[in-house]
Design a protein around this ligand. Structure first.
Ligand SMILES: [Zn+2]
Length: 310
């Protein structure tokens, strides 16, 4: 019998708060260059836009009996005990979303903002912190702001990561330091030079972000997150259906995407559409997606194991 395995959507959440977003901290255009600078100037208890929201997402996932991957910023794991309590020992996978959500390269010049050695040490520490706090093995990595560089690949392997999920191929943006070409929407072993599926590949698997090819010259982003809030469930339904025909796909969100709280405005050049449709609307749209693709969602680790070459 040659029964075809059902295709899956690797479901993930990036657990970071509003002050980890690049307008506020950790990128070349942030108000505060680092998270440390932010805390030095914000002594009062900061607004928490993720504890209640993460707990709500876990409740929704339980309701639908869906397991997901939580890409944790290790700093969040240290400072948000209720999130840790809810996820530790649960059905969900814990993966790394770095130590402080610091971007590694300048958005425009693509040159490293932090030294490669500092970046390496931070990823080692983040993995260690998460493994100690959650008492679990961490095998997955997602680069903060999806800013992935080819020099990270051998280092991620060296640290002990087995998969990455950061490569977003589309016509609107490229956050890597290489020219991306023909990136599939299904998992592949990543090439250490151009981040593609070309051989010779490394031993690190990539779970790329979905996209939607409108014409040979126009490919729209469809990983989730901001574009899920902006473009809504109908667009994503179409995209995921199309992607699933090719194989396993990926979808992600942030707890903050369903937050009803007002996000403190920390940046004068704040983008007006940055938090579009945040809150109840996106929560409802996410539930629609869970219903629509019932039985398809699983963790990144499960998808990784399906594709792993032994
Ligand atoms: Zn992030």
């Amino acid at each position: 019998m040659n029964k075809k395995k059902p295709t899956n959507i690797a479901l993930s959440f990036d657990i970071e708060d509003w002050y980890h977003t690049p307008l506020v901290t950790g990128s070349s255009f942030s108000k505060y260059p680092t998270l440390e600078d932010f805390f030095q100037q914000n002594h009062e208890e900061s607004v928490d836009c993720i504890t209640e929201e993460t707990l709500r997402l876990i409740e929704i996932l339980d309701e639908f009996e869906v397991s997901a991957t939580f890409f944790m910023v290790a700093d969040v794991a240290r400072r948000y005990p209720r999130i840790v309590k809810a996820l530790k020992g649960s059905r969900h996978e814990i993966a790394s979303h770095s130590l402080t959500h610091q971007s590694s390269i300048d958005a425009k010049t693509k040159q490293p903002i932090v030294s490669i050695d500092d970046w390496y040490q931070e990823q080692v520490e983040a993995k260690k912190v998460l493994e100690e706090i959650f008492e679990t093995n961490v095998i997955g990595f997602r680069a903060p702001n999806a800013v992935l560089s080819n020099w990270m690949i051998p280092l991620l392997e060296k640290i002990g990561f087995q998969y990455d999920s950061s490569v977003a191929f589309n016509s609107l943006y490229n956050k890597t330091n290489v020219k991306l070409r023909d990136i599939p929407t299904t998992p592949y072993y990543i090439n250490g030079d151009d981040l593609s599926h070309r051989t010779p590949a490394t031993r690190l698997m990539e779970l790329p972000w979905s996209n939607y090819k409108i014409t040979p010259f126009l490919t729209l982003p469809a990983g989730g997150g901001y574009f899920f809030r902006l473009l809504g469930p109908l667009y994503f339904k179409r995209v995921l259906k199309k992607a699933l025909k090719k194989g396993d796909s990926m979808f992600y969100m942030h707890p903050i995407d369903i937050s009803r709280k007002a996000i403190p405005s920390e940046n004068p050049q704040n983008r007006p559409l940055y938090w579009i449709n945040k809150g109840e609307k996106t929560e409802k749209n996410f539930i629609r997606l869970l219903k629509e693709f019932s039985g398809s969602f699983t963790t990144c680790k499960e998808v990784f194991l399906k594709h792993q070459k032994r």
